[in-house]
Ligand binder design. Structure first.
Ligand code: TRP
Length: 341
């Protein structure tokens, strides 16, 4: 891992985290994790499984443990390489909670009240509007600022949280110069926004009322092809990308993401062909692309001790970085150093 330490000076630091929510969808894969894997060439990447964030909504403890380990296996199977990147579990690096407390004291009630995710989630989980749900952005800011991250790949739903992270960083830098790197959002050039196969005006989600609308990245070839065969299209029978053709547009963007073909090439390929052929081709392409991921995942899950070892190594290296920043923060805010030094 020392190469990460020495390379830090050359490459920019990219950080992102994912909550252990069970299996990820094709939407999460194309919108986030696939890009993370590709960013490893150009950035020093840091990825964590955000289990501390997960308990802002009630979790079944055994399920949380299981989902956390599975998420590590999924990230590895999707190509996150622990030899090149840092991969760890958020709760294994206590500095995240420690910095979050400090940042809480530099974050205003008013600005947290404006977070749309807090408003949405407190409506959805009205019987558990806990303080953690409210201060969630301060913990997320801690995740990012601890590693002096330059760029943070985030989806639209997390942009506001990155904005508040920047506000907190700038505020603290105003009080204590040069404390934090102010992170930039990173919007990948080809981040596909994947819609439900059954309701193409809604984002693909594993809570889709119709399970056929959502592809999980661990679905089998059969399941994937069946779901694509029953995807909602339109009555025009023309594979062209155009406003109003939400179903076809969605399938074209998925096909494009995996095949590398642009829309014009896809239109040409399917000229004069019916939707049946097109849906089958998309389904087969997705199934072929996800197969190695599923196989690697199955292989990794057979050896949980190996997964735990990867997490342990990741947390150890992450701690070294994180405590460097935390110590600096503790000193600046005026905490008397432990042991007097
Ligand atoms: N809140 C993010 C989500 O739910 C996960 C997350 C936690 C995160 N900490 C982060 C993302 C830091 C980017 C950077 O998707």
């Amino acid at each position: 891992m020392s190469e990460i330490v020495s390379a830090t000076k050359k490459k920019k630091i990219c950080l992102s985290c994912i909550q252990p929510t069970g299996v990820i969808t094709l939407g999460n894969y194309l919108g986030a994790v696939k890009n993370w894997a590709e960013m490893q060439d150009d950035y020093n990447c840091i990825f964590a499984v955000a289990d501390l964030h997960a308990i802002t909504v009630r979790q079944e403890p055994a399920a949380l443990r299981k989902n956390t380990r599975e998420m590590v296996a999924i990230l590895l199977a999707c190509g996150i390489d622990p030899e090149r990147s840092l991969l760890f579990i958020q709760s294994h690096v206590p500095a995240h909670s420690q910095l979050a407390w400090v940042l809480n004291c530099y974050t205003q009630f008013g600005e947290l009240s404006r977070m749309t995710q807090f408003k949405d989630k407190s409506a959805r989980y009205a019987d558990n509007i806990n303080a953690g749900l409210f201060t969630y952005p301060a913990l997320m800011a801690a995740d990012i600022l601890l590693y002096q991250a330059d760029v943070v790949p985030v989806g639209a739903d997390q942009k506001q949280h990155l904005e508040i992270t920047r506000d907190i960083a700038n505020r603290m830098n105003g009080l204590y110069p040069n404390l934090f790197t102010v992170p930039e959002p990173f919007i990948p050039k080809k981040a596909a926004r994947v819609m439900s196969l059954q309701n193409p005006d809604k984002k693909m989600s594993k809570s889709d009322p119709n399970p056929k609308g959502c592809i999980a990245i661990l679905d089998t070839e059969d399941q994937i092809i069946k779901k694509f065969k029953s995807a909602v299209t339109d009555s025009e029978a023309q594979v062209v990308y155009r406003e109003g053709k939400d179903g076809i547009n969605n399938l074209m963007s998925i096909y494009s993401a995996f095949s590398g073909k642009d829309y014009a090439e896809i239109e040409k390929e399917f000229e004069g062909k019916g939707y049946g052929d097109f849906k089958l081709a998309v389904g087969q392409t997705v199934a072929d692309a996800l197969k190695p991921i599923r196989e690697e995942y199955d292989r990794l899950m057979k050896d949980p001790a190996h997964l735990d070892e990867i997490c342990k190594n990741g947390a150890e290296t992450a701690s070294r970085f994180a405590y460097r920043t935390l110590n600096k923060v503790y000193k600046k805010v005026g905490f008397l150093p432990y042991g007097g030094k």
